[in-house]
Write a protein that binds this ligand. Structure first.
Ligand SMILES: Nc1nc2c(ncn2[C@@H]2O[C@H](COP(=O)(O)OP(=O)(O)OP(=O)(O)O)[C@@H](O)[C@H]2O)c(=O)[nH]1
Ligand SMILES: [Mg+2]
Length: 358
């Protein structure tokens, strides 16, 4: 399954965010490079659609979809050439499918480090860009020579040259106007800035009431190429340790509604290209995660490989319509279940029942 990597300067709050999202307890400390090994975790995805379906079906069990996260060692200026935990951190980023840039805005004399999220963004992007320039420069001459005898490599070489030009101007590839279809040609290079990004601005408690002042400039800087979300990570991490009702009380009391973590989890999920379909019944209501664009048999395979192998058809209805009708049998009686075959592309929010035969 696709993974989101948390990337940021030391002491930006990456591990705190990781713990808050995953309910984990990885080490958090006010000194740089607390995290030296990457850790993996999964964050359950809050989903009110699933809650509504579970209520409708009076399900005894509710199973949420998850987002896979990776907490990566801190990046410092010079990481691209091996400073700090340079190589470890670069390897960590190469392995993820999308990046969450954690930008510190909180000030705390106890926690060394800068609290200017825009300058952190600049520093992080510069290191990622430099690493990518190094990767392409290390390969380009070899590929050019190979392309002389093998004409089929010409497209790859020109994609590399186009990427190098963008990077050399200091621009990460996720911000560029490059043709996305050329991405496949660059895939074997494992470039760091060729992945989708999201930014989390780690706010101080006194910035939470007016996050736009701090988050807005980051959002403008990313210019629509990445979403920027403001989160008071420490506060939400503390809240995540509490029981559901106390947590709601704390967050509501601060005017934070459900808090910002559910939005981070949902944005990450979408950034990774994951979508959700549901199954519902009195035994269980469940959110299943599939890749955007998957067909009904592929989605059936997420439940069990037998369901894909023996797939006959799917009965399908949108979750909202099903809730309105009140039950699966009511939907069936009203002739509102669609019958879909092997070529159907499942939509986010579909409720499915798979007919199969093995
Ligand atoms: N005041 C304040 N402190 C925070 C906040 N978020 C994190 N911290 C503190 O900042 C310190 C660093 O947090 P970590 O989560 O370990 O940061 P990190 O980015 O994982 O750090 P490294 O692994 O060392 O790169 C800890 O002492 C946290 O308690 C916040 O929103 N406000
Ligand atoms: Mg850490």
């Amino acid at each position: 399954m696709e993974r989101l990597g948390l990337v940021g300067l030391p002491n930006s709050g990456k591990t705190s965010l990781f713990n808050a999202l995953t309910g984990g307890s990885a080490l958090v400390a006010p000194h740089p490079f607390t995290t030296t090994e990457t850790s993996l975790g999964s964050a359950p995805l809050p989903d009110t659609r699933l809650d509504a379906l579970a209520k409708m079906s009076a399900s005894r069990k509710v199973v949420r979809a998850v987002v896979e996260l990776v907490d990566i060692a801190g990046l410092v200026p010079g990481s691209s050439t091996g400073e700090g935990l340079g190589n470890r951190f670069l390897a960590g980023i190469r392995e993820v499918d999308a990046i969450c840039l954690v930008l510190r805005a909180f000030e705390d004399p106890e926690v060394p480090g800068d609290s200017d999220p825009l300058s952190a963004l600049g520093a992080l992007e510069l290191e990622l860009v430099l690493a990518d320039v190094g990767t392409i420069e290390g390969q380009l001459d070899k590929r050019r020579r190979a392309a002389k005898s093998d004409k089929s490599l010409a497209a790859e070489v020109s994609a590399m040259e186009a990427a190098l030009e963008v990077l050399s101007s200091g621009t990460p590839l996720y911000r560029s106007e490059l043709d996305p279809s050329e991405r496949a040609l660059r895939k074997s290079l494992f470039l760091l800035t060729d992945k989708p990004v999201l930014a989390v601005v780690n706010l101080a408690e006194d910035q939470v009431a007016n996050p736009d002042a701090v988050v807005g400039p980051v959002s403008d800087e990313l210019g629509g190429r990445g979403e920027a979300l403001g989160v008071c990570v420490q506060l939400e991490a503390e809240a995540s340790q509490l029981a559901q009702s106390e947590r709601a009380e704390l967050l509501e009391g601060l005017g934070l509604g459900e808090g910002a973590l559910p939005r981070v989890a949902r944005s990450a999920y979408h950034l990774l290209g994951r979508r959700t379909f549901f199954t519902t019944g009195d035994k269980e209501s469940r959110a299943w995660s599939f890749r955007a664009g998957d067909t009904a048999p592929q989605c059936a395979g997420v439940i069990h490989s037998d369901l894909q192998r023996g797939f006959i058809r799917a009965e399908v209805i949108g979750w909202e319509e099903l809730i309105e009708l009140g039950s699966w049998s009511a939907a069936k009686g009203a002739g509102r279940l669609r019958v879909e075959g092997k070529d159907y592309h499942v939509a986010d929010g579909d409720v499915l029942e798979i007919r199969f035969n093995v």
